[in-house]
Design a protein around this ligand. Sequence first.
Ligand SMILES: [Zn+2]
Length: 292
Amino acid sequence: MSDYIVRAMAADNQIRAFAAVTRDVVETARRDHNTSPVATAALGRLLTGGAMMGVMMKGEKDILTLQVHAGGPLQGMTVTADSKGNVKGYVGNPNVCIPANSKGKLDVAGAVGVGFMNVIKDLGLKEPYLGQVALQTSEIAEDLTYYFATSEQVPSAVGLGVLMNKDNTVRQAGGFIVQLMPFADEKVISRLEENVQKINSVTNLLEEGHTPESLLETVLEGFDVEISDRIPTQFYCNCTKNRVEKALISIGRKDLNELVQEGKEVEMNCHFCNTNYVFSVEELKDILRRCK
Ligand SMILES: [Zn+2]
């Protein structure tokens, strides 16, 4: 597998950092959902940020969900990641097609529109953690930076990028998250700010052939960087016909009976990976028999 995330510490643990290459993750999302280029770029950025935020969680079963609720033609998007590098997601409207922005780039901000983002962490506690922020630029990276600063009080720099081929497949995807620990000293802070300002495009760096490791060395130039982990990441959906069947059962006997009476097979779609599960009339009858 070519996609992975690295975790690192730098400047005597005053900085913690993550970087990822996610080309296959984003290409799988594009193929499964048949997303337009701007939808691919938007979802790809959120998937990349989500995958890195997922591995920040410590528990085996911890689940992170990022929900973008916004008024643009993309009609929002949702990404879910676990702590082991598995990530999945979908957009409201995969066909969105809008003109390029003033820089001639895919207009992610225009597609996403104005709105807010929910960050939900299910850490196995009674209540999941919920952070909510207004979208700042709707370009996703700046919005995650704002989330870290306001909801988690962690000064961070987030860079995310997706570049498309001419045939609309994914050419490059990846990003980084760099965070300052509370005890970081002034010198470290200003040096990091300088470094981040020099980086104008993650996709340019990926085009130059950077790996997650060398991406971090660029962002953290001048610091001692210690890479502690290398985690494979993939677009993975854990849906099964069995799970979908449970959703079908939850509609209740009365509605199930109606479906059986109609005598037509039922198709159920998994939003996350766009897989269709077909239940024949015989299967529906069987489910109804087992449903009390
Ligand atoms: Zn699925």
